[in-house]
Design a protein around this ligand. Structure first.
Ligand code: ADP
Length: 710
């Protein structure tokens, strides 16, 4: 026991790098005995520090020569070792034993004096404890190892922390290294990429080493000022998310989202960025936005098209919106014109609308013609390579058409036109664009048709209005005429009753005289009676004639007649009167038959009245009847000229009025009814002719009747 106590004291004195408590133990070697620690005090210190002191024999499995009592912290007692129940190698963890052995062998051979080891020991209850071991090799004068002195102390807690730290470090490294997401570490000061993971290198197309040579500006296509501003925002944690365009090694631009946070690493502040490629999402979003806008346009257009018949206005708006949405250079609408069978540009977008609008193409010309004939849409990537493309319009607008979409406007299986969208760049339009135009085309076609129908209705209504106005005018005129006729009839009846009154009164007077007068005068009375009867008969005939003309205007039957023949007939019919009058009737007739379209009886009445008037108002002399052709006017003229009494100027304006008798009537040889010339006027009017009179009192009168040549 003394030996072991001594050994313990020596051991404590020899360990140079023990902790502070051990340093204190070293001080025990001081010569001042008063400072020497008792064995109990030293054991107490060892117990409190947890340091276990060992002396191992230099034999296999290291039997223990001495162990401090605080070995009990591992569940063993010193006695366990002293009685060789337990050898030191037995408490070393089997996984570490070979290493520990090998190390000891190496240290022994290296002739070193002391060494440190780290290994696990297994406690009595089977728990595993990490210990650090500081061992001094003791040799005799010949350098043969006699034994080992050393201490072990429990470092399990520190080891656990180290392991945890290591595992954590490993975990985070894995997350950085092996994660498929792109990760960077950036120095915010220099903007240098401090580190990137393999996923980043793969994405950008550089080697990892190349990436680490880059600064943010080499990847981010934003301006240096914008990049600096974003880094500052990330450093201050104001913003931790960015969406920016990045350039790859290939030059391709991809949209990425960056989640960024400042971290401390290696004593400096870095930015840790996780990057995701969101190009496809962005493209999908853009496509979706575009589709949404297109659908909105479609909706709006359909509403507008359905709501109005102002076709040009609506078409202009639609075309402009389509051009804007598809980013196209120009749009136009062409309609088939059924009258000419041509394709006419109905509307086009600015700035060429003036040039293109109204442009005409034959139905089989150009891409539009092809679409009309085939009834199918076309989406041509490059019109320059397409023979169907008609270049005429391009030449006028100075626009080179490359991309060309053409969609038919269909209405009830009939193609009424096309919508054309063009661009000066090739391959601008995709299938979605085409289907948008196709959807629009359906409504546009309906709107065009509606507008056309509306226009037809408007035209029809205008015509109807004109017709109604015309008919109204005719009816008003007819009404006026009827009223006038009615007034004339009333007047005629009044006149007739007035005219009849005198002869009827005369008749009644003479009938009375015949009955009650002197019988010797009966002969005379009879003569007068007969004369009055004749007058009454003539009056009645003339009145009837007037009535007939008025009542049967529509029933007259016209036929082609020779005016010369009419003249001859009438003169023959009145040969008795002519002979009795002792007047010379001279006929001067046109050379050839003068055909007129006339009602024979009526036209004979005209000449009869004029002839009988001439006889009645010409005491002696000649009556000349002439017919002639007025070639230029396509008229024939019938003239009856006498050298009789003539007509007083005061009477001349009225002689064609009914019942008007001139003042020369008193000198006439014949009873006048005042109806003869009015009949002449009416009959001539019925034959679309005219009558003129030229007269001078004492010289004679000439009546000229003009009738159209048949
Ligand atoms: P009437 O039966 O009185 O002849 P008309 O209508 O035939 O009726 O003629 C109207 C008037 O015109 C006559 O009263 C007469 O004053 C005048 N008149 C017609 N023809 C002649 C004529 N050839 N010469 C002179 N006066 C005429």
């Amino acid at each position: 026991m003394n030996d072991s106590a001594k050994t313990k004291e020596q051991l404590i004195a020899e360990i140079a790098d023990l902790r502070q408590e051990i340093t204190h133990l070293q001080n025990d070697k001081s010569p001042q005995d008063s400072y020497k620690l008792t064995c109990e005090e030293r054991d107490l210190i060892l117990t409190q520090t947890g340091i276990v002191v060992f002396v191992w024999e230099a034999r296999e499995n290291w039997p223990v020569g001495y162990v401090s009592p605080n070995i009990t912290q591992f569940g063993y007692t010193p006695e366990d070792f002293y009685q060789n129940k337990v050898l030191f190698s037995q408490i070393i963890h089997p996984d570490d034993l070979n290493r520990v052995r090998a190390e000891v062998v190496r240290y022994n051979e290296d002739s070193c004096r002391e060494f440190d080891q780290l290994y696990r020991i297994v406690t009595v209850d089977g728990t595993i404890r990490w210990v650090e071991d500081h061992t001094i090799i003791k040799r005799d004068q010949n350098g043969i190892i006699t034994h080992y002195q050393g201490i072990i102390f429990d470092v399990t807690e520190r080891k656990k922390t180290e392991i945890a730290l290591f595992e954590s470090e490993m975990r985070y490294r894995q997350m950085f290294e092996a994660h498929p997401a792109i990760r960077w570490l950036v120095d915010p000061e220099t903007q240098q990429l401090v580190d990137v993971n393999p996923a980043a290198a793969r994405f950008y197309g550089y080697s990892r080493a190349e990436m680490q040579q880059k600064v943010v500006e080499d990847l981010n296509v934003l301006s240096p000022e914008e990049i600096t501003a974003q880094i500052a925002q990330a450093q201050t944690k104001k913003v931790d998310y960015f969406e920016v365009p990045h350039r790859l090694a290939s030059g391709e631009i991809r949209f990425v989202e960056i989640h960024v946070a400042p971290i401390h690493s290696g004593g400096r502040e870095l930015l840790y960025a996780v990057v995701h490629d969101i190009t496809e999402r962005k493209e999908t979003e853009a496509a979706l936005r575009q589709t949404n806008r297109q659908l909105a346009l479609l909706n709006k257009s359909i509403e507008e098209l359905n709501a109005t018949l102002e076709l040009d206005h609506v078409l202009t708006r639609i075309l402009n919106e389509v051009r804007f949405l598809l980013g196209a250079v120009a749009c136009s609408i062409w309609l088939v014109e059924p009258e000419t069978n041509e394709l006419v540009c109905r509307q086009a977008t600015e700035p060429h609308s003036q040039v293109v609008r109204g442009w005409r193409l034959p139905l089989n010309e150009g891409v539009a013609g092809w679409v009309i004939v085939n009834g199918r849409s076309l989406n041509i990537a490059d019109a320059l390579q397409d023979e169907r493309h008609y270049k005429g319009v391009d030449q006028q607008t100075n626009l080179v058409t490359r991309s060309l979409m053409c969609v038919p406007l269909k209405r009830q299986q009939k193609i009424i036109g096309v919508i054309e969208v063009i661009d000066s760049e090739p391959a601008c339009f995709n299938e979605i664009d085409l289907s948008l135009i196709e959807s629009l085309a359906g409504t546009a076609a309906a709107a065009v048709e509606n507008a056309r129908l509306h226009q037809q209705l408007v035209n029809h209504a205008a015509e109807l209005e004109k017709y109604v106005a015309q008919r109204t005018r005719e009816l008003v005129a007819a009404n006026t005429q009827l009223k006038e006729l009615d007034q004339l009839k009333t007047k005629l009846i009044e006149d007739i009753s007035h005219e009849l009154r005198t002869p009827v009164a005369n008749l009644s007077l003479y009938l009375d005289l015949l009955e009650r007068g002197k019988p010797e005068k009966r002969e005379q009375y009879m003569l007068v009676l007969r004369e009055k009867m004749q007058q009454l008969i003539r009056l009645t005939e003339d009145v009837l004639q007037v009535f007939r003309l008025d009542l049967f205007k529509g029933d007259v039957v016209f036929q082609t007649l020779d005016l010369n023949q009419i003249v001859r007939d009438v003169v023959w019919d009145h040969r008795v009167q002519i002979t009795e009058s002792a007047l010379h009737v001279e006929l001067v007739l046109g050379q050839r038959p003068l055909s007129i379209l006339a009602e024979k009886k009526q036209i004979k009445r005209v000449l009869t009245n004029l002839l009988l008037n001439a006889i009645a108002y010409t005491p002696s002399g000649t009556i000349q009847i002439r017919t002639e052709l007025n070639g230029t006017q396509n008229e024939v003229c019938l003239a009856v000229q006498d050298n009789g009494l003539g007509i007083a100027p005061e009477d001349q304006p009225y002689i064609f009025d009914r019942f008007y008798r001139g003042r020369n009537m008193a000198q006439s040889t014949r009873y006048g009814t005042g109806l003869g010339l009015s009949v002449v006027k009416d009959v001539v009017a019925l034959h679309n002719g005219r009558v003129e009179m030229d007269s001078e009192p004492g010289t004679g009168s000439t009546f000229r009747v003009w009738l159209p040549l048949a």
